[in-house]
Each structure stands twice: as structure tokens, then as C-alpha cells.
Design a protein around this ligand. Sequence first.
Ligand code: ADP
Ligand code: MG
Length: 346
Amino acid sequence: TLGEKEEEMETPIQVVLRVRPMSQAELRRGEKSVLHCSGPKTLQVSPLGGGREVAFHFGVVLDGACTQDEVFQGSGVQHLVELALRGFSCTAFTFGQTGSGKTYTLTGPPPQGEAEPVPPSLTGLMQRSFVCLLDKVQDVGTPITLSASYLEIYNEQVRDLLSQGPHHHLPVRWNKTQGFYVEKLKAVKFGTLEEVMELLLEGLRRRRSSAHALNVVSSRSHALFTIHIQCPVVSPSRSKEQTFGKLCFVDLAGSEKVAVTHSRGELMLEASNINRSLLALGHCISLLLDPRQKKNHIPYRDSKLTRLLADSLGGSGITLMVACVSPSAQCLPETLNTLRYASRAQ
Ligand code: ADP
Ligand code: MG
């Protein structure tokens, strides 16, 4: 109901924490886990060598034993699907250092071969949300138009992942009806799970094969997959109207600090731009949560990322943040950064 939605406006950002299991490599190196869940909403951090224990509280805490389906059920992303169908702008993003499980959470493990699909039990929030959305669209009965776009932000430059052409510097513009949007971005209509999955895979392939992926900096770009939902409604005045909902999934760049001392030129620029988007996101979120803050003074324009997420973060939207962390003691400094960033967002 709308009442529910209004209640959520008080806390426009839902925060879920996911701890991935220890990896084979971490276990082989003899690293120890320093995180454990001491309740459904509490994460206990126990530093090695008897350092001071700290507890963090989140809406939902999912530990390393949780399956992909439990993460889907527990994250509340189905609620975003429902709201998007009713015309709201909804975003789910993963946040955390490189290797913490952001991509795994959204799309599952990397494919073993080019043609090898992800096993159904391991698909991520995105594939599961597509299934959920298409089911609900069928139930509604009225003809709903679905389309998808997929873009990457790297060095504050927007690139179309569904387009073959040299679309590497698409401008972000603003107008009264659409808000912020990317000019000339391809949006492809789809009606089935196979079709939307093909779009996701096409973009993932393009993302992996891009020049900067070869330079091992693909973890430094943000990827946004957006489903546009156009739904006819009959208004009380009996005139036909449309709602335009949006469901966006964002695989954020790694939150770790990028070493800039040994890098020059492009790498330097890159480091500062990544900080710009993630810092701007953190800044906008903290202002949105400040009750004294005027909601029309949120600095969305500070980065491409915050412009494109503006309607989900403020306005008539809802945002789900899945913070991802490794349990290993070796990752603790970055894990604490992630936990603090995520704590501040709620
Ligand atoms: P990120 O996108 O944050 O850099 P990834 O999602 O690529 O991290 O995860 C790093 C590695 O850990 C990958 O090999 C991934 O398959 C694995 N992994 C991440 N989360 C899990 C999990 N919950 N269960 C099993 N393996 C995982
Ligand atoms: Mg990743």
C-alpha cells in the first residue's frame, strides 16, 4: 500500500550486510576469520591478538553459510520489484572492497566457459529479480512494456554496454520529465527471461573484454543495469495514464583505497574519480538521512553515479544497499571501512 511506501520514505535506504565464506586461497594461506553473526541483525568483529571487539547492527545480516536464494529472500529485493512495477524508481547496489562478493551477490560466480550458464542454484539477485518481475508482470494482465539498458561508469565517463559502436563518452543530461538521463543510451525491449538474460550476458562480455579489464582495473568501474517499466493505468478521471518505474542494479567499483603513489597519468586521474563517485554517494546518503537537511539541496551533481541514482536515492525512490565483506583477518581494515560506510547509510 502507499502507506507502507510513505513509511519507508523515512528510511529511504535499506542496508543488508553479507559476509562471504572464507575462500580456498584465504584458507590455504592459513588466514583466520574475525567476523561472526551473534544474532540475525548483529555482526561481531573479533580482531586477532585480543583487540577490542566491536558489534555492528544492520537491518539484515547474512553470514557465509547463506545460499544465494536465502540472500534473495532475506534482502527484500522483491519489495523493490513490486514498487518498481507501481512506478517507483528502485535501486539495489553492492558495496565493498574488491573480492568481497559484490559481483557474486548480483550475478553469481563467473562463467566457467563462454557458453556455460551460471547453475540455477548459484544465480544472483539480478537473475532472481528478473524471474520475480516477469512473474508479476504476467499476473498484472495489462500490457506492460519492459526494456533494459546497461552502462558502465569509468573515470567519470559513461559507456554503453549494449551498444557496439564507440559509445564511450555518453553525456548525462537533465530535463524536467525524466530527471537525469544518459543521452543516446540504448534501451532494448524484452519480454522473456531468455531475452533479458541475453542482454545481461552481452553487457558482461563487453565489460570483461574492454581495454581496462585487461589492465586489471575492471574492479574500478561502476556497472548499472536498469529495467524500465512502462505500465498503463486507468486514473480516477478515467483518462489513460502511464507509470514509469525503474529497477536498477549497480555493481559498484571496489571501495578500497587505490594506491596512487606509484601510478602516474591515467591511474592518478582514475583513483581520484573513483573516490569522487563513491565519496559523492556517501555524502548524498548522509545528507538524505539528516533530518535537518533540506531535501532539495542534495549534491547529486557531484558525480555521474549520484546523478543517475538521484531518483532512487531521493525523490520517489527506494534504495537497497548490500554491503559485502570478507571474514578474513587480512581484510579487516577494509572491512571496517565498509561496515562504517554501511552503518552510516541507515
Ligand atoms: P567483487 O565483485 O566484490 O570483487 P566477487 O564477487 O568477484 O567479488 O568475489 C570474489 C571471489 O569470491 C569470486 O571468485 C567469487 O566467485 C567468490 N565468492 C564471493 N562470494 C561468494 C559466496 N557467497 N560463496 C562462494 N563464493 C563466493
Ligand atoms: Mg566484481
